[in-house]
Write a protein that binds this ligand. Structure first.
Ligand code: DHB
Length: 502
């Protein structure tokens, strides 16, 4: 972190000669800018833009970061200010290093007085021309390596840049949420080292302080199974499948319990989770979500699987209970944040098949396989097939299941190099692994009607982190589809809390 005098500008830090390592790359002068916020306020900040974070730049459109420092940092001389690191990765595509926006967490972070870093990174659609040939630059794990290199750059330059690189909070949504989870789980892992070295990343640590993950599309090698295992319980009429699709769906669903059981996850009270009790566990989170919505006065429609004990208020006979759903049902143990009985309704239970069917009516479900689709029942490559592909623009299967279907070879496996790349893209592989430094703090959100990946994916991520002793704030916000950077008051109250600790 750079110690700042109240009057110091950043221009003094400008240096220009060609250097050898990323921590010695030239730093341009900072430019004064302003951002109008939706509440009418104006944030004044200084911008460092186009900071290339590796020395061997392969794709100059993406491999740099922008850094934004609110004026309040200079006014207070605050060198200890956390850095909010917002990636705009979506759909596993390349992401530009943009300017902060008043419409998402980047602008809000500036308003809160944090330094904001917006890194660019390569992805499934980034390419350069080499000798007249199109070379795809962003195949796995390139995008993640870029983000790790950006973190290393911030750390290597901590003494000459504002913000505290020991307090980096990563934030992303969907594929970006997956990237945020990977940054949080894979810190300093030696498995990425050879790639980072080759790129000319700074010789510095790349662990982060906190990871904010909105609807992370992750655990890609098990996400197809999770999807079919969960949505097999939805009413088949809301997701009409062809005979061929049904067969695929069934095979995938049947394969999931073995994986789920292998995780050896536990509930908060230490009960081992298996495919047999997992749905009850999931229900406790959906109940908590519906209960919070009720406590906040939301109407929950009948017929979507939420079983309420409606407490009628007022009237000639005073408060009285009128129960929906099974008579005599007891309120489950899980949710703690309910209002006293006379102030609201109790969510007694969730009828999971009805609820999942409701989710499927809010947005059509994906068809099986949802992620590793190429060559199974379609020739089309999913964004995930593309990102696992090669520099020539080819796409690849990343599960043995789909590879076998696609090739017709019942014993086919991804080759060793691909297996390694698949491994490097799954945060679940690193959470219990002593070889990486995990973020101590996690904020994970997945909308309670988000069908882009199945609930077990974010829930397993959160549970594995909790089981391994990390501080995890996990919630399924009610009536929320696939989206991110919402409820920013809640997010930034959390950021303030976790960064307040010495
Ligand atoms: C995203 C959404 C998806 O459904 C998916 O499969 C991959 C990425 C996204 O919004 O980033």
């Amino acid at each position: 972190m750079l110690a700042l005098a109240a009057t110091s500008g950043l221009n003094v830090l400008t240096s220009c000669s060609v250097q050898k390592s990323a921590d010695e790359l030239p730093l341009p002068g900072a430019v004064a800018k302003e951002l109008e916020m939706p509440d009418g306020s104006t944030i004044r900040y200084r911008a460092y833009e186009h900071l290339y974070y590796v020395t061997n730049v392969e794709d100059s459109a993406y491999q740099y970061l922008n850094l934004y420092i609110p004026e309040s940092v200079y006014e207070s001389g605050g060198a200890d200010v956390p850095i909010f690191f917002r990636t705009y990765v979506g759909g596993y595509r390349a992401a530009k290093a943009k300017e902060p926006s008043g419409l998402d967490a980047s602008g809000r972070a500036l308003q809160e007085g944090y330094v904001v870093c917006i890194p660019g990174s390569r992805g499934n659609d980034s390419a350069v021309e080499d000798d007249g040939k199109k070379v795809y630059t962003g195949r796995v794990p390139a995008g993640l390596l870029d983000l790790k290199a950006a973190i290393r750059y911030l750390r290597a330059n901590d003494a000459r840049l504002p913000g505290n690189a020991e307090r980096i909070i990563t934030d992303g949504t969907s594929a970006g949420g997956a990237m945020s989870s990977l940054l949080g789980a894979t810190g300093n892992s030696p498995l990425y080292e050879p790639y980072l070295e080759k790129m000319g990343a700074a010789d510095a640590r790349d662990d982060v302080f906190a990871a904010v993950c909105y609807c992370p599309i992750t655990d890609l090698d098990h996400a197809d199974m999770a999807y079919e295992w969960l949505y097999q319980y939805a009413d088949p009429t809301v997701r009409p499948l062809t005979g061929e699709q049904q067969e695929i769906a069934q095979e995938l669903a049947q394969a999931y319990p073995e994986y789920l059981n292998s995780l050896q996850l536990k509930t908060a009270d230490g009960t081992l989770l298996t495919a047999d009790n997992y749905l009850d566990y999931l229900k406790t989170f959906l109940i908590r979500s519906a209960q919070k919505a009720r406590d906040e006065g939301c109407t929950i429609p009948d017929g979507i699987g939420v079983i309420l004990n409606v407490v009628k208020r007022g009237g000639p006979h005073g408060p009285q209970g009128a129960q929906q759903g099974q008579p005599g049902a007891q309120r489950p143990q899980g949710p703690q944040n309910f209002a006293p009985q006379e102030q609201g309704d109790f969510v007694l239970d969730i009828d999971l098949p009805a609820y999942l069917s409701y989710v499927a009516t809010t947005r059509e479900l994906k068809t099986p396989p949802s992620f590793d689709a190429m060559g199974v029942l379609t020739d089309a490559a999913s964004p995930e097939n593309q990102v696992f592909g090669d520099a020539d623009g080819g796409s690849a299967n990343f599960t043995a299941y789909s590879l076998r279907k696609a090739t017709g070879n019942p014993t086919a496996e991804p080759d060793e190099v691909l297996r390694r790349r698949i491994y490097l893209m799954n945060p679940m592989n690193f959470i219990a692994d002593q070889g990486s430094t995990k973020a101590p703090h996690w904020f994970i959100r997945h909308g309670a009607r988000d069908r882009d990946t199945a609930f077990p994916v974010p829930l397993n991520l959160a549970t594995k982190l909790m089981n391994n002793g990390y501080d995890v704030d996990f919630f399924l916000p009610w009536n929320r589809p696939h989206s991110g950077d919402y409820n920013l008051d809640e997010l930034f109250a959390w950021v303030k809390r976790v960064t307040a600790a010495p």
